[in-house]
Design a protein around this ligand. Structure first.
Ligand SMILES: *[C@@H]1O[C@H](CO)[C@@H](O)[C@H](O)[C@H]1NC(C)=O
Ligand SMILES: *[C@@H]1O[C@H](CO)[C@@H](O)[C@H](O)[C@H]1NC(C)=O
Ligand SMILES: *[C@@H]1O[C@H](CO)[C@@H](O)[C@H](O)[C@H]1NC(C)=O
Ligand SMILES: *[C@@H]1O[C@H](CO)[C@@H](O)[C@H](O)[C@H]1NC(C)=O
Ligand SMILES: *[C@@H]1O[C@H](CO)[C@@H](O)[C@H](O)[C@H]1NC(C)=O
Ligand SMILES: *[C@@H]1O[C@H](CO)[C@@H](O)[C@H](O)[C@H]1NC(C)=O
Ligand SMILES: *[C@@H]1O[C@H](CO)[C@@H](O)[C@H](O)[C@H]1NC(C)=O
Length: 440
């Protein structure tokens, strides 16, 4: 009854309360979050809007105070239920939407849904202001169980992570342990993310988990150099992934490829600042983990702390194999090429001993890697004694020192492989005669 009355009074409310009044563009339906009550002033929580925030207050209808709408969820439900073949949910430009953690479930009518984000989406800036379901804050925005999803636009997704980064974990174990990843695609197929900018996530910016056929194109991902664990894109238990034409500068790996990942093509990437493009870390706590068929090409590393990197823990099992890094430029990066089978996060693990098992690293190609290294050691192969790296191939490598007059050098431990073309610095351990298959 109250709702009906309001409806008569304020036309805009009829829109909300009757729910589906999409605007038609072409033959598709476009569901604009603003039509579902989103305020977009960067202050009101747009996941849950009280009508008092939304309606024209002049009507003095105080019993509206407790009436709430869920603009993003309501717009999403309408998009998801749409019987059109390609419905779109729209987040318009020129507005800033403050969002609490949100999950978009993809069991929709259409297999070709578009989420068009042209506005700015921000997270609460204070960790204590986050409203996390069941106190679980590990993800901010999640899309899961999709079969056909395009997320695109000129918009920005900003996790406002500054206060999370500053938390001292010793004093704030509970809050600290649940630092959210910004944007997650989980359990999905045929997903394309295009054009968006991601900024200042509390933890990783984007993660692809248990997904296949995911394309990420023309993205910009940025966070300060000293923001902890803010990987650009993390891939886990996923295959057939393309990352193309993307610029990433954060405080951790530009791209990290974790367990269960294969058939990953990464190209035309600007990386820096950051820790490079990393396979791993794999094999922590004795786990059996695998990554294979990864192709990284046309990448520039600028001022990164590692470049083309493979890192595994002592005591692990599994493999990292058939991985190619080619056409790579390094500008003043430290260790542009590194395989580290003694990886250990010394901040968390006090004692990292040497063990008899290790994640096997084999069939790795480095081809045409040029530029400068700001550490004397430009190439490091620290492979395990018990499970040496095998079939490591280098072709046409030229990494000079950032400092004039300084020679670069390499570390070579327990590596077998081949080299051809000019290799600077020299990597003498790669020697065809010794690249015999490993039997064990
Ligand atoms: C899917 O949706 C996009 C965007 O609306 C459209 O450009 C494309 O043609 C659609 N694809 C199919 C197969 O319908
Ligand atoms: C991803 O990109 C590949 C290569 O450009 C293309 O063939 C494929 O259709 C794209 N997939 C999606 C889901 O956009
Ligand atoms: C690459 O991405 C930028 C945005 O970061 C875009 O302006 C440009 O058109 C993209 N180029 C290609 C070839 O996709
Ligand atoms: C990755 O690139 C290789 C070689 O160009 C190609 O055969 C493969 O299909 C690509 N994978 C994906 C997922 O696009
Ligand atoms: C993996 O790499 C090795 C060495 O380069 C090559 O001989 C082999 O064919 C590759 N495997 C596949 C399935 O591509
Ligand atoms: C483990 O082995 C590496 C390489 O041989 C060596 O540099 C390192 O000191 C060893 N660490 C321990 C804890 O024994
Ligand atoms: C790689 O090195 C070989 C041998 O020095 C040379 O013939 C070839 O032209 C080089 N390739 C490129 C792309 O520089």
């Amino acid at each position: 009854m109250a709702k009906f009355l309001l409806c008569v009074l304020v036309f805009a409310l009829c829109f909300v309360s009757t729910q589906s009044r999409p605007i038609f563009i072409d033959s598709r339906k476009v569901y604009n979050v603003v039509d579902y009550g989103a305020v977009g002033d960067g202050l009101v929580d747009d996941t849950k809007v009280r009508l008092m925030d939304f309606a024209v207050f002049a009507y003095e209808v105080y019993d509206m105070v407790n009436y709430v709408v869920l603009p993003f969820m309501d717009a999403w439900k309408a998009t998801c239920k749409s019987s059109m073949s390609s419905p779109t949910m729209h987040v318009p430009q020129g507005m800033t939407f403050l969002l609490q953690p949100l999950t978009f479930n993809g069991n929709c009518k259409s297999n070709n849904i578009t989420v068009q984000i042209d506005g700015t989406i921000i997270a609460p800036s204070d960790p204590s202001a986050w409203k996390c379901p069941d106190d679980k804050c590990d993800i901010w925005i999640e899309f899961h169980d999709f079969k056909g999803l395009l997320i695109r636009g000129s918009g920005t997704i900003n996790g406002q992570g500054t206060k999370w980064w500053g938390l001292k974990c010793k004093q704030n174990k509970r809050v600290c342990g649940r630092k959210p990843t910004g944007f997650v695609i989980g359990g999905s197929n045929n997903v394309h993310i295009d054009g968006l900018t991601f900024e200042d996530s509390p933890k990783m910016h984007i993660a692809f988990e248990r997904s296949e056929w995911v394309n990420a194109t023309s993205l910009t991902i940025q966070a300060p150099k000293h923001s902890p664990n803010t990987d650009g894109i993390h891939i886990q238990h996923s295959k057939n992934i393309i990352i193309y034409n993307t610029s990433i500068g954060t405080g951790d790996d530009c791209i990290s490829i974790g367990d269960g990942s294969s058939h990953i093509n990464i190209s035309n990437i600007d990386c820096g600042p950051g820790h490079g493009i990393s396979i791993g870390s794999l094999g922590k706590d004795g786990k059996h983990e695998t990554v294979e068929f990864v192709h990284v090409k046309d990448v520039s590393f600028t001022g990164t702390t590692n470049g083309a990197r493979i890192k595994t823990w002592q005591g692990g099992k599994g493999h990292a194999r058939n991985i190619t890094f080619e056409h790579i430029t390094s500008i003043d990066s430290a260790r542009p090429i590194i395989i580290d089978q003694y990886y250990c996060d010394h901040k968390v693990h006090k004692h990292c001993g040497n063990e008899t098992s290790a994640v096997r690293v084999s069939n790795i190609v480095y081809d045409q890697i040029y530029g400068t290294s700001d550490k004397e050691i430009a190439v490091e192969f620290s492979c395990s004694k018990s499970v040496p790296c095998y079939n490591i191939v280098m072709r046409n490598i030229s990494l000079h020192s950032t400092e004039d007059g300084t020679q670069t050098s390499s570390i070579c431990q327990n590596v077998r492989g081949l080299r051809n073309g000019d290799i600077i610095p020299d990597v003498p351990c790669l020697n065809e005669a010794e690249n015999l298959p490993i039997v064990n």
